[in-house]
Design a protein around this ligand. Sequence first.
Ligand code: GLC
Length: 499
Amino acid sequence: MVLSRRGSGSITLPTGQTLAIHTRTHDEEDLPHATKKTMADHLRKYESLFTLTPQRMRMIVEAFKETLEIGLSQPDQIVPMIPTYVFGFPTGQEQGDYLAVDLGGTNLRVCLVSVQGDGKFEITQSKYRLTEEQKQDEGQKLFDFCAESLKIFIDTNLATNGEHQLQPDELLPLGFTFSYPCLQNKIDHGELIRWTKGFGATNTEGRDVAEMFRQSLKKYNLPVVLTALINDTTGTLIASHYVNPKAKIACIFGTGCNAAYMEHVADIPKLKDLGIDGSVDMAINCEWGAFDSFAHEHLPRTKFDIIVDETSNKPGEQAFEKLISGRYLGEILRLVICELIDEGVLFLGQNTYKLEVPYVFDTAFLSLMESDPTDELLMIIGIFTHFFAVETTLAERQFFRALAKSIGKRAARLSACGIAAIVSKMGYLDEGCQVGADGSLYNKYPGFADRIHEGLFDIFGEKGRNIVTHHAEDGSGVGSAIIAAMTKARKEAGLYVEL
Ligand code: GLC
């Protein structure tokens, strides 16, 4: 038997974690690993499953466009196209200090935003990790946690020596970013249609979450007024436009996936009986993650996507999101690995129990695998040995990296389809437009933005280059504060819409 030559060392991950690694030059000889040829054959098979041709993308765009129109025409549609009661873009001159609470898919964030006009702002913030229990527990408890965190933040930052010195009897306007589909009929109200992103807190669906949060704020006796309930995409749209007036669409590619854009009220037929001036614009929170839910007619789902869906807490729902967002990509890759373990192709003779646990394969691992700069793919060795206690050959690591690329690329190309649908519906292609984008996938996944742009080129040809995504301003904090400022100004001008 050939003795393997080992080396060891450590790698610091972008997350700050340190991975111990060891390399072997002849590891293939020790364990019954798959040959290079076998892995290449498997790769071809999976690559074709995850490939999206330009023709297929154009078909998706057409169906998507139709779905957006239906959502604007009729209430209670699968893609609800939610009118947000955010009227038009900010002037850029908004000013004042605002609090923002952002209940995201992974964290709770509390911010004090000082909006300074001329596209400028300053922000002070604290972040708290949400536990899985909190996401599933009684809903009111979740809002109590938000209020309690806000209290700690106010006590620390708004005390007499803090950033903003709170005057006696002063009530600070608060923007609440609640990034789940909520039906709104005014800006400071929102009935939760359904939880997404794995949340399942009880006694919340169908209820006014702004009112629930107000109860918690009251319980903690906080010096705030909840002025606006907003979605992260709407906040991103407003914040992006505040600093860059060319931004007309906003997208989030994070734990969830969604978009918002500015629509002419006259083109929202389902609002026509409300008597709102048709010549004004209103931001629409598309909730496009729900595209193709239940019917599954348009999106190319592999058997792995079907397993992800069927084993989720909401089978059938968020069909588009489940192919794209950071919550699911790692799991899709893990399921492919598990299939190859089952078939006896991968890790024969090794104990694979650590890989068999749902959702253990973080989407961040896909980013790390794709960005591994070493010839031997040391980062990938580190991931598999450190987190899953299995040994890999170079051929297997190359396979994992290529597989990550296919899954990540499909997510970006599908994202391009959603953007293209809005662009084409609004007629932005010739004049071009900028798309403010945010979220861990967009910000951290190597090449995600380039792949979206490539996708837009494949859909529209040369003109696709007129549509450019860029890293957006922090919508959930800054956007929320600007919306609170816009709302305050509308109220002062007697323009507050109450239906
Ligand atoms: C999910 C939510 C949506 C949110 C998106 C991004 O799709 O339903 O409201 O905007 O995630 O966070």
